[in-house]
Design a protein around this ligand. Structure first.
Ligand SMILES: Cc1cc2nc3c(=O)[nH]c(=O)nc-3n(C[C@H](O)[C@H](O)[C@H](O)COP(=O)(O)O)c2cc1C
Length: 735
């Protein structure tokens, strides 16, 4: 069973009962807070003897004095045959008012401890605590996998509102929740009798009657040397039994004191089990520190949020679960397709490949990568593998590589197709390792490894052409990706750039659509977005989205993109043909690797042409004026200096620190953007030495040119673009 399965099934089933414990725990956390405000706490260094002396002056028939975890002092006595419990002021022993163990109804406690089911319920509650401990442990493993290790643990979380709620709250409360489960188990261990807390028998201690009068409390040496901070409770010797003793319970143990001599007659040290139990009670209830009780209460209530968001996530995943149609049985299949996918999109590509191969008369079987094997009938194997975290396999396939590495190589070609995102330092890292392993083991392949960037249908189609050629069969891979739920966006502003001899371009601004909370919870409607994320647009008559980098974030209140006319481009033609008030069908795709981290480090923004769009978005939101330096490359400032007036304004406002332009088609324009970088080598080295973060956006050739220029610039620092990428300081958005 995988961690994901453990987390999902325990969370869904036992999680519903944990909600009861969490919510009742949150209610119970009110008690310590209330107690803390009801009476003053005794000073910790006050000698117990002094306290007792003060109390007995005002309540002479006191039987027991308790030092509550809140620090308050309560005295128990009898008025007639009526037991009484009152708060007293430790400063002078004055009675402050009646004390009640709890203001909450008893059933809340019983529900929390035993689900109102008596002893059987206590076992149940212990089982739930154990299950919740497992849910927390699996949550940590999944969190680390999802975020890509400890270092990225605090990185921005993407996904539907439910996913973000689940993960973000999880990051905050996971430690406290784990602690609560552990302490609940520790407490259960004693209530269920798994461990004995005390020594079992009490010593037979009696006061030695000497004929002397009993000593007043203030003169008892043992109590004089004892501080109130250690005191739990003190029993006053009874008036009717001359051999009765003072009994004092502290955090360290229990003692019996002779009422005539003040000698300590016996001392029973607290057992280790008792001390562990005491600590567990404090941590689980917060009864000795009300701020901790507040934390526990909030964390208890958050269990409900977790469970609800978890159910929504499970339901969303179920809807998106891969369903491969037309699968032939494994033993008869000519072609086997193995898939490693976390988010599910790679399964869609596998289905497209399967659907294209079947009309060629091939029987195809598609399965998850962990099932990798070949049979006597197999003629071709394709592995479609996504990468996660720092070059890791999707969770379900985490052991597949080790298994494949142990298999004896067959003669059947195994071709790997990677799915990834160039913004991650380990682009298609898992597919690459998998491919290397297969080759090292001696498996042949039909085609060399190809890595698909950002689920590009176009790149997949090109790989399909190569495959058709290698197979010698007519094969077309037309992948229609499953797109998230879409939203209609209305155009509210456009700025046109006449390309002259070149293509026309426009900056298009769409209104941000209002959406209901229910939609956001289900991940419907327009997802949250920031500059640098992508908007997928579905042009009329096509189910294949085209992606554009966003030049604005949600905080800006609108959605802006920069679109260049592509020759014969269905989507760019559609977009450039829009009039104000027209609308498009769109959805957001996160681009987490490109987002700017929240630091004060300098930022180098390098973009050419429409690639300046996400960089403009970063500058627009630079409210804190962190140092940002823009290198912009265009052809002619009169035609394609996109966002030009905005950039000048941001420069004047201090949102942009320096601007460096390079225009390749005008005399003395400065050439290409990489030329500008070379010219500024000294300043760039200085910025990088100060920890600068680099973001590059533009065409592939430009990105390559920038890499070469920066490699040369950084060489004297013994640094390279690859090293900056590996330390997540350099990211590209390439189109
Ligand atoms: C949290 C997260 C981490 C990722 N890490 C990497 C990575 O390290 N390398 C990479 O090439 N792609 C990475 N990607 C991109 C995915 O591999 C890519 O989007 C892939 O197409 C997803 O396929 P799937 O939906 O089948 O899981 C990551 C995506 C996410 C959401």
């Amino acid at each position: 069973m995988t961690w994901k399965a453990i987390h999902r099934w325990l969370g869904l089933t036992v999680g519903s009962l944990a909600v009861v414990l969490g919510v009742t725990g949150a209610v119970l956390a009110i008690d310590p807070v209330q107690q803390a405000w009801q009476a003053p706490a005794a000073p910790g260094d006050l000698p117990v003897a002094t306290l007792v002396d003060r109390v007995l002056r005002t309540v002479p028939d006191a039987e027991e004095i308790r030092h509550l975890p809140s620090g308050a002092i309560v005295v128990f006595s009898f008025v007639g045959d009526q037991p009484q419990a009152s708060y007293v002021d430790p400063a002078d022993g004055r009675v402050l008012g009646a004390w009640q163990a709890s203001a909450l109804p008893r059933w809340v406690k019983n529900l929390h401890r035993s689900l109102l089911l008596g002893d059987a319920g206590r076992w149940g509650a212990a089982g739930i605590a154990l299950a919740m401990g497992l849910v927390c442990a699996s949550a940590l493993v999944l969190l680390l996998r999802r975020m890509g290790g400890w270092r990225r643990l605090t990185a921005r979380v993407r996904g539907s509102l439910a996913q973000r709620l689940h993960v973000v709250t999880g990051r905050v409360v996971l430690v406290v929740l784990s602690l609560t489960s552990l302490t609940a188990l520790t407490m259960s261990a004693s209530t269920l009798g798994w461990v004995a807390l005390d020594a079992g028998t009490e010593p037979d201690a009696l006061s030695v009657v000497t004929g002397q009068p009993a000593l007043p409390a203030a003169q008892l040496a043992t109590l004089q040397g004892m501080a109130v901070r250690d005191l739990r409770k003190l029993n006053v010797p009874g008036t009717t039994d001359p051999e009765d003793t003072w009994t004092v319970a502290t955090a360290q143990g229990q003692g019996w004191i002779d009422r005539y001599s003040g000698q300590l007659l016996a001392w029973q040290q607290a057992t280790v089990a008792q001390r562990v139990y005491d600590l567990a009670v404090v941590l689980h209830t917060g009864e000795s520190a009300w701020p901790w009780a507040v934390v526990l209460g909030l964390v208890g209530a958050s269990v409900l949020l977790f469970w609800l968001s978890g159910v929504v996530i499970w339901w969303q995943a179920r809807r998106q679960a891969p369903k491969i149609t037309g699968n032939s049985p494994l033993a008869q299949a000519d072609v086997l397709i193995y898939v490693a996918s976390e988010g599910g999109s790679t399964w869609g590509f596998a289905q497209t490949l399967q659907d294209a191969l079947r009309p060629l008369g091939l029987r195809v079987h598609t399965s998850a990568l962990e099932n990798f094997q070949t049979t006597a009938a197999t003629r071709q194997v394709f592995v479609l593998a996504a990468t996660y975290g720092e070059g890791q396999a999707p969770a379900h396939a985490s052991h597949a590589l080790a298994r494949i590495a142990k298999l004896k190589a067959g003669a059947v070609p195994v071709t790997v197709l990677g799915f990834g995102d160039r913004q991650f330092p380990a682009f298609c890292g898992f597919a690459k390792v998998l491919d290397q392993t297969l080759r090292a083991r001696g498996w042949p392949s039909l085609l060399p490894l190809e890595c698909i960037h950002q689920q590009s249908s176009q790149q997949f189609a090109r790989w399909g052409l190569a495959l058709a050629q290698a197979l010698g069969k007519p094969l077309v891979l037309e992948h229609v990706p499953r797109v998230p739920s879409t939203t209609t966006l209305t155009l509210i502003e456009r700025r046109d750039y006449n390309g002259g001899a070149g293509p026309a371009t426009a900056i298009l601004r769409f209104a941000w659509p209002a959406q209901r909370l229910g939609e956001r919870l289900r991940g419907q409607g327009l997802a949250r977005f920031a500059a640098g994320d992508l908007v997928g647009i579905l042009p009329p008559g096509s189910a294949v989205p085209r992606y554009y980098s966003l030049a604005s974030g949600q905080q800006d209140g609108f959605l802006e993109i920069c679109v260049r006319q592509m020759a014969g481009g269905l989507c760019s033609t559609h977009l450039l043909g829009l009039k104000l008030g027209d609308s498009v069908t769109a959805f957001i795709r996160a681009n987490p690797g490109f987002a700017l981290p929240r630091t004060r480090r300098p930022v180098l923004l390098i973009g050419a042409g429409t690639g300046v769009a996400p960089l403009a978005g970063f500058i627009r939101r630079n409210d804190r004026h962190r140092p940002m330096h823009l290198y912009f490359g265009g052809r002619d400032p009169a035609r394609d200096f996109y966002f030009g007036p905005d950039i000048q304004r941001w420069l004047a406002q201090g949102r942009l620190t320096t601007l460096h332009t390079a225009f390749s088609r005008v005399p003395d324009g400065g050439g290409y953007v990489q030329d500008a970088l070379r010219r500024d080598a000294e300043q760039l080295r200085e910025q990088v030495a100060r920890g600068a973060i680099v973001r590059v956006c533009g065409g592939r050739a430009m990105a390559q040119g920038v890499t070469e220029a920066l490699d040369a610039v950084l060489a004297p620092l013994q640094l390279s673009v690859a090293q900056l990428k590996a330390s997540e300081r350099y990211a590209e958005d390439i189109f």
